[in-house]
Design a protein around this ligand. Structure first.
Ligand code: IMP
Ligand code: MG
Length: 182
């Protein structure tokens, strides 16, 4: 285990197993309605890129992958409350079945903004799959098509999630030792 990690919450094996389950559900639910056109998987950079890459390989349908970047935490470990689009999709999602793969639902601000923005482009459907849903008071009620894991309200890193752009490459999700960000 990395010396900056206090404890592992979700192991590499647990995540891989859960991705296979969620991929199977996506394949079943969308299989009958999307046909040749398949789905558009959208990930929010940079945190969700690793999750989307793994989830995509668990889906047995035609899958397009596209990326957005929105501003979030910066280098701080608390939410700024601001959401700004830094990079937009390259795909025209009008009439398409869109699934957003998100790393973690925390306050819900990011997804709330993203959903209303993408909904306005007229997708055939728009759903969210989140690897983690944090248990935080006052979280915006975002309907999730699937959730990987319920996550305690602690600052976590790994499997795409960073602190100051580090730890994204850890293969598990773990709690960062508070002395690292205090
Ligand atoms: P929200 O808008 O508060 O829901 O925040 C969502 C974004 O904040 C996520 O996509 C992450 O990029 C980031 N974030 C939230 N919690 C954590 C965490 O515990 N570790 C690392 N990044 C986080
Ligand atoms: Mg993110």
């Amino acid at each position: 285990m990395h010396p900056h990690i206090e404890r592992i919450l979700f192991s590499q094996e647990q995540i891989a197993q859960r991705n296979r389950e969620m991929g199977r559900v996506i394949t079943e639910v969308y299989g009958s309605k999307v046909g040749d056109q398949g789905i558009v998987l959208v990930s929010v950079l940079r945190g969700a890129a690793i999750f989307m890459a793994d989830l995509a390989r668990c889906i047995d349908l035609p899958v397009e992958m596209d990326y957005m970047a929105v501003s979030s935490y910066g280098n701080a470990a608390t939410s700024s409350g601001r959401v700004r689009v830094l990079k937009d999709l390259s795909t025209d999602i009008s009439g398409r079945h869109v699934v957003i793969a998100e790393d973690v639902l925390d306050s819900g601000l990011t997804l709330q903004h993203l959903l209303s923005m993408l909904q306005a482009r007229g997708p055939a459907s728009l759903e969210v799959v989140a690897l983690l849903r944090k248990d935080v008071p006052g979280q915006i009620d975002i309907p999730l098509f699937q959730t990987g894991f319920a996550c305690p309200n602690e600052f976590v890193v790994g499997y795409g999630l960073d602190y100051a752009e580090r730890y994204r490459n850890l293969p598990y999700v773990g709690v960062l030792k508070p002395e690292i960000y205090m």
